[in-house]
Each structure stands twice: as C-alpha cells, then as structure tokens.
Write a protein that binds this ligand. Structure first.
Ligand code: UDP
Length: 240
C-alpha cells in the first residue's frame, strides 16, 4: 500500500524491499519507472500536474530524504524507512552485478557518466555497464537510440527532477530498457566529483546539512524544507 505525503504516493518499503521490487520489475517487459522523491521534488510535483501524474504512475516511489519521513510522521501515517536514492542504486548494482543485466548511465556534465562507469565497474565486479551519455543533449531521439543499441536493461537517468522523470515518460519505451531510475546528482557522486556526507551525518539523517555546508548556495532550495513540514502540519489539521 502506498502512503500519500502531500500529494505524492510513496511505497512503504525498506531498502532491501525496494531492491527486491526493482529486481521483480526487471523480470517484466518495461518501461518501468523508479522515482526517488525528496521534499523538494514533492513540492515541485504540487505545482506541476504533469510531473505529479508521472510520479503517480511510477512503479516504485521510494522516500529519499529525512524530510519525507518527518512529513509522513506528522501526517500520522509513518513510513518505515528512509531510502536514499543513491543507497538504493548502490544496493541494486550489488544485486545485478554478475547476472548479465546491462546498465546504462545517462546524465551529468560531459565525462562524468564515463568516469562513473569506470568506478562502478571497479566497485561491483561483474557489473556490465553497456554505455554512458552526458545529460546536456539537445535531442532526445539519438539518446534513446543509443540506449536501445546498447541493449540496456537498467538506465540511471540523472538529469535532475522533474526533467529526468519527464524524459523517462517520453522516451522510456523507445529506449527499450526495462527499468529506469531517476537519480538526480548520483552520477557526480559515483564519479567522485561530489563527496557524500560522512557516515555519521548519514546516520543522523543530516546529510542535507553536510551538503549545505559544502554548497552554501543550496540554502535557497533548502529553506523550503520548513515550509514543507508546515504544509504537513496543515494537512494533518485539516484531516487530509
Ligand atoms: N543535469 C543534466 N542535464 C541537465 C540538468 C542537470 O545532466 O539538463 C545533471 C546535473 O549535471 C547534475 C544532476 O543533473 O548531475 C542534478 O543534480 P541535483 O543534485 O540538482 O539533482 P536533484 O537530485 O537535487 O534533483
């Protein structure tokens, strides 16, 4: 059963369950969409009906970010676990390495996806990365063709939200893969261009704080988090 958090319905899954579900989706013809919304993305969906509809039709919607967990708790329908998109991606790769499933990396600045491919092959022996493409292209068609030609089963689409989900909705079928995962800035992390927060920050649910310390220009985006939680309080009071 899904849990509605301010208009986005989340799967109430742990990390392991999310990966199990993704592996099931890989057994069926696609295209399937796995989305990893954080509070910012939920807020964006609230203002963008096309995006909200794509998320409503997604096959797997996992709660990325402690803000979603807080909001669910405030709403009186707690989610069982925070499942950061990047942890989900890493765990999924751990399970598909050695199975022959083929991964394509799409997104980020030129060179980043290729570097991520090198690092991921080293981190997950037996992983097949069948192609990579940067996220700054003008036409969708040739990119979808490249993914199809590479025979990809899984595509990590890292163009930022909602661009990545809209790209998947429009091109997923043509590109021929079974599972598309929208993963924002994850390729920058896999490529070693952006550091993840130290484990202590992650454990405390303070990864956002570390990111803010590293990139203070994110303050404008993050200042919306209190508003997000206030909306949850409002919705609870109105009995939604
Ligand atoms: N990006 C891209 N094409 C675009 C816009 C953005 O490939 O047209 C990439 C950007 O280089 C970065 C990622 O998308 O790697 C977005 O990262 P961000 O952390 O903003 O994503 P979020 O998860 O917060 O949506």
């Amino acid at each position: 059963m899904r849990v509605d958090v301010l208009g986005v319905a989340f799967d109430n899954v742990t990390l392991d369950e999310a990966v199990d579900r993704a592996l099931e989706l890989l057994e069926e013809d696609g295209p399937h969409l796995a989305a990893t919304p954080n509070p910012e993305i939920v807020q964006r969906a609230g203002k963008d009906p096309e995006f909200a509809e794509i998320l409503a039709g997604a096959d797997l919607v996992i709660p990325d970010g402690v803000g979603v967990i807080y909001a669910a708790k405030i709403l009186g329908r707690p989610l069982r676990a925070r499942v950061p998109g990047i942890d989900f991606a890493a765990a999924l790769l751990g399970r598909v390495a050695g199975t022959g499933r083929r991964l394509f990396l799409l997104g980020a600045a030129p060179g980043v996806a290729e570097q991520a491919a090198v690092n991921l092959r080293a981190a997950y022996p037996g992983l097949v990365v069948c192609g990579a493409h940067d996220g700054y292209f003008k036409e969708d068609g040739p990119v979808a063709d490249a993914i199809r030609a590479a025979g990809a089963d899984i595509v990590f689409v890292c163009l930022g939200a909602p661009k990545q989900e809209k790209w998947i909705a429009a091109n997923g079928r043509a590109a021929g893969a079974r599972l598309y995962v929208g993963l924002g800035g994850s390729l920058d992390v896999f490529a070693g261009r952006v550091e993840r927060a130290p484990e202590q920050f992650q454990k405390l649910g303070l990864e956002w704080l570390y990111r803010l310390m590293k990139e203070p220009s994110r303050i404008g985006r993050m200042a919306r988090l209190p508003l997000f939680l206030t909306s949850a309080v409002g919705a609870r009071i109105r009995g939604k």
